[in-house]
Design a binder for this molecule. Structure first.
Ligand code: ADP
Length: 289
């Protein structure tokens, strides 16, 4: 068993014999394991190459969601930082189960309830991550400024540094950012958002109970979250119907949806390259011409 895992189990206080270790597939970023000791069962992610506070940010995000008492997230037992060539780790509750017919509807209702938990300000304390990209935050009195300054601009600048902004794309991005107040509201509810809610970031636990994993939390317009769920699919119509029973979509949803999807497409452009350039350009053309 690798030293990082041994160390993590030791530090969280489980000194019982390890009975099974199985590597778990499906993570984009980290190595993931299912570890069973005589005492308990864990999901453990390890990574050498991540920024030092990466797992701390994940643990804090899961805790913020947990504290809403609206939707299940795995309990985090332990996290540490990568240091001097050793890997960082996060150890959480092992969740197992299979979706039932009503799991998508339960997910919709619970997410709707989570989005009813609102903060006074927009953003988040400190830097977080979206995928492996650093996400600057801080507290903002209006959502429009947060979305302009902390979401669209940093992605635009990163894409430019990576040679992924040709002249036309750049100039349309700049126009869109300058005119953003035509579409993005200043003071929508500052809902707690999961922040990275694609189909791979929820799973079914015992009795088909939906469970959110791997968040990138922020307080902001819930349309931002809903728009991302629609970008790559994975959310059945029962999910949306149940969400709307709890919390009808905001009236501005339709006009803002593609601008919110644009952020996630820019992230994909920056992480995976020009194959995401065309959908970015299509959105820019739709809004800017
Ligand atoms: P990464 O941060 O590398 O993207 P994820 O957190 O998405 O990793 O986890 C990878 C996969 O492991 C998920 O797609 C899911 O199938 C599974 N998984 C995540 N968390 C748990 C958990 N607490 N219990 C059981 N399986 C989990």
């Amino acid at each position: 068993m690798n030293h990082t895992i041994q160390n993590a189990l030791h530090n969280l206080g489980d000194h019982s014999p390890v009975e099974a270790i199985r590597q778990v597939a499906g993570g984009d970023i980290n190595e993931a394991y299912h570890i069973t000791t005589r005492e308990n069962s864990y999901f453990i992610k390890t990574n050498e190459g991540i920024p030092t506070h990466f797992f701390e940010v994940e643990a804090k995000g899961l805790e913020l969601i947990r504290n809403t008492n609206t939707i299940r997230v795995p309990y985090v037992y332990y996290f540490d930082r990568p240091e001097n060539g050793t890997a960082g780790a996060i150890v959480m509750e092992w969740i197992s189960g299979a979706p039932q017919n009503d799991t998508p509807a339960r997910l919709g209702r619970k997410l709707g309830a989570m989005h009813q938990v609102e903060n006074e300000r927009y953003g988040l304390k400190g830097e977080s991550f979206v995928g492996t990209l650093a996400q600057p935050n801080g507290w903002f009195g209006d959502w429009l400024s947060y979305y302009q300054k902390q979401r669209l601009l940093p992605q635009l600048e990163l894409a430019a540094r990576q040679g992924l902004m040709n002249h036309e794309r750049r100039s349309k991005m700049e126009q869109l950012i300058a005119q953003l107040d035509e579409w993005i509201p200043k003071h929508p509810g500052a809902s707690l958002l999961h922040g990275d809610l694609w189909g791979g970031n929820w799973m079914a636990g015992p009795d088909g109970e939906p469970c959110l994993i791997d968040p990138s939390v922020v307080y902001g317009d819930r349309s931002f979250e809903l728009a991302f769920t629609e970008l790559f699919g994975g959310f059945p119509k029962q999910f949306y119907e149940a969400y709307e029973d709890i919390h009808p979509f905001p009236p501005h949803y339709h006009d803002t949806k593609a601008i919110y999807q644009l952020f996630y497409l820019l992230v994909h452009l920056n992480l995976f390259g020009e194959s995401y350039g065309r959908p970015v350009d299509r959105i820019l053309t739709a809004y800017i011409g």
